[in-house]
Design a protein around this ligand. Structure first.
Ligand code: ADP
Ligand code: MG
Length: 563
């Protein structure tokens, strides 16, 4: 026999989808408090919210006429017509939460609208309206949710222990509170003193509390506006990533979101500043026009669809990187930062790029050749003091001692140049091979599928009359292993990795850079040092290893226990 389900049962089933556990109830209630312009929000619980959960706020309240509506599904004060979805700046908008929670619990509500002389209280039990009555006036709204899921045994099987649920409550409240530093939050077990109490504070200070940071010096923040987006961020300095528990939070218009691509953008931004970009710890606060994205994808509203995801990606990468580059510059002697970055010969044009590459082994650099290492050149106030193991350069500049790793340094410079060239022109310089090279590797048939990408990198090949595959052109910068690079590029392009081009450029830089153990003419070393000082962000090789170590006189004094 087919029978229509009673309305209450329908509501309870629907509720299960919105209301997963006490923490999701808390999230909905606190978001409502935030939407109600509260500046103080208090959360208390008993048994992790399984028995009892209370959220009180000092927000605008609800008028007695509206109270019954709050519990009806699709009743909301925030969205009137579909077009409003594009301009919404509140957390909720579906009018689903209150009715859903009320369907699976015993709910009590006390509220007074601002300016009213009396308040009211209402009750609803497992979806059944329990009436409304007058009560004394209080500020804002207080909602108690009891015996959640008592009538939904299936759901309650999935719930964890009270302790685990309490941990979830606290964690979700902290994440909500992170993006509302102007609001005070407290969290307590019923009848006990608060587990945490966060006062109204600056965004930076709120972040420090969130990450339980003990040393503010280890953190940095920044803010930029770029195209249609505003980005504010607070991050642990990359050299401390390894000592922290990885934790990356992303907010969009103060709403916490989960977006793999944006997480990836953060990692990408830190690449080259640390060996562990995957341990990035910090927060991104992204602000943009609601017409640029769609939050209406999933009931829990964590997932976002961006109109132009590429744009958001690059906005985040640039915001972080320009700040990181500035920090790097701040660590250099002052007159360096004052130097205007010069247009590098390497990135100027493919032909000049080629010339400077050749110069390492063949053509000389166009810098005056001075006396050799023995005497040390003095130029641009660099003093070259010597080389250890044909790998580490000892140099002096302005009273500070600099040790360089020649491979890491050169690799990084080439990498930056390649990136700049690629970003600017979308294509790298290519050089024809006088003697085409046989391509013998398995899977080479797939090359054709990626022809246009590989051509952008500077590769070209043909199949001759005998059916042999021949490599006829390679990136002009490349000095070694063109076939190996081609294979790696092919492998990368076949996967769907988003950094594929960056990875290939990094490999290319690695294959083209002078190696550890190469003996380097002084003029080359000098040329590289000049570039080092005029380019941003060269403190680490593309894999994150440091390119140099700097010891200033203060450091030396410490080493020799003079201070
Ligand atoms: P939504 O938040 O999507 O509008 P809810 O079901 O969460 O839907 O809430 C329904 C309505 O109840 C809200 O639109 C709001 O008008 C009112 N409301 C709920 N909680 C509060 C509160 N703490 N303060 C003021 N109004 C509230
Ligand atoms: Mg809501």
């Amino acid at each position: 026999m087919i029978r229509k389900l009673p309305q209450i049962v329908i509501q309870q089933i629907a509720a299960g989808e919105v209301v997963e556990r006490p923490a999701s109830v808390l999230k909905e209630l606190v978001e409502n408090s935030i939407d109600a312009e509260s500046t103080q929000i208090k959360v208390e619980h008993e048994e992790g919210g399984l028995r009892w959960l209370r959220v009180s706020d000092n927000g605008v309240g609800i008028s007695a006429d509206d109270v019954p509506l709050v519990f009806e599904s699709h009743a909301t004060s925030k969205l009137q017509k579909l077009e409003d979805l594009d301009s919404l700046d509140t957390m909720g908008f579906r009018g689903e939460a209150m009715s859903s929670i009320a369907a699976v619990s015993r709910m009590h509500l006390w509220t007074s609208p601002r300016g009213a002389s009396i308040g009211c209280r209402a009750k609803i039990e497992f979806g059944l309206w329990g009436g409304i009555e007058e009560s004394d006036r209080r500020i804002g709204t207080e909602i108690v949710v009891e015996n959640i899921f008592e009538r939904l045994p299936v759901r309650s099987k999935f719930l964890k222990t009270p302790i685990a649920e309490a941990r979830q409550l606290s964690s979700i409240l902290k994440r909500l509170a992170l993006s509302y530093p102007e609001c005070e939050f407290s969290f307590a077990e019923r009848g006990k003193s608060p587990r945490f109490h966060w006062p109204k504070q600056s965004r930076f200070d709120r972040c420090l509390l969130f990450f339980e940071a003990t040393d503010a010096e280890r953190w940095f923040e920044g803010e930029t506006e770029d195209r249609s987006w505003k980005v504010h961020f607070v991050f642990l300095k990359p050299r401390f990533f390894q000592s922290a528990r990885q934790n990356l939070q992303i907010y969009l218009n103060q709403r916490m979101i989960k977006d793999r691509k944006l997480e990836f953008a953060v990692r990408r931004a830190f690449e080259g500043y640390t060996e562990t970009p995957h341990l990035s710890t910090g927060v991104i606060f992204l602000e943009g026009n609601p017409s640029e994205f769609d939050v209406n994808v999933h009931p829990t509203k964590m997932e976002i669809r961006f109109k132009d995801a590429e744009e958001v990606f690059s906005v985040i990468v640039h915001a972080l990187r320009s700040r990181l580059e500035k920090m790097h510059q701040d660590n250099l002697p002052s007159e360096w930062s004052a130097t205007k970055p010069v247009e590098l010969a390497l990135s100027a044009s493919p032909s000049s790029m080629r010339a400077s590459v050749m110069s390492i082994e063949e053509a000389p650099f166009e810098v005056p050749v001075q006396s050799v290492f023995s005497g040390g050149f003095v130029n641009d106030s660099w003093k070259f003091l010597g080389v250890i193991d044909s790998t580490y350069w000892i140099t002096q500049k302005q009273g500070a001692l600099f040790l360089f790793d020649q491979h890491a340094l050169h690799e990084r410079i080439l990498y930056e140049d390649l990136n700049a060239q690629f970003d600017k022109k979308g294509i790298l310089g290519s050089q024809r091979l006088l003697f085409p090279v046989d391509l013998q590797f398995a899977g080479r048939e797939d090359l054709e599928d990626h022809r246009s990408s590989l051509e952008k990198l500077g590769f070209d090949w043909t199949i001759d009359s005998k059916g042999k595959w021949k490599l006829i052109a390679v990136p002009s910068l490349l000095k070694r292993n063109p076939v190996e690079l081609l294979r790696e590029a092919l492998k990368g392009l076949a996967g769907s990795k988003e950094t594929v081009f960056r990875d290939i450029l990094a490999t290319m830089a690695c294959h083209s850079a002078i190696r550890a153990g190469d003996s380097v003419p002084e003029s080359t070393a000098h040329e590289i040092l000049v570039k080092f000082q005029s380019t941003d962000a060269l403190g680490h090789c593309p894999h994150g290893r440091p390119t140099f170590v700097k010891l200033n006189s203060r450091d030396l004094e410490k080493l020799f226990h003079r201070v």
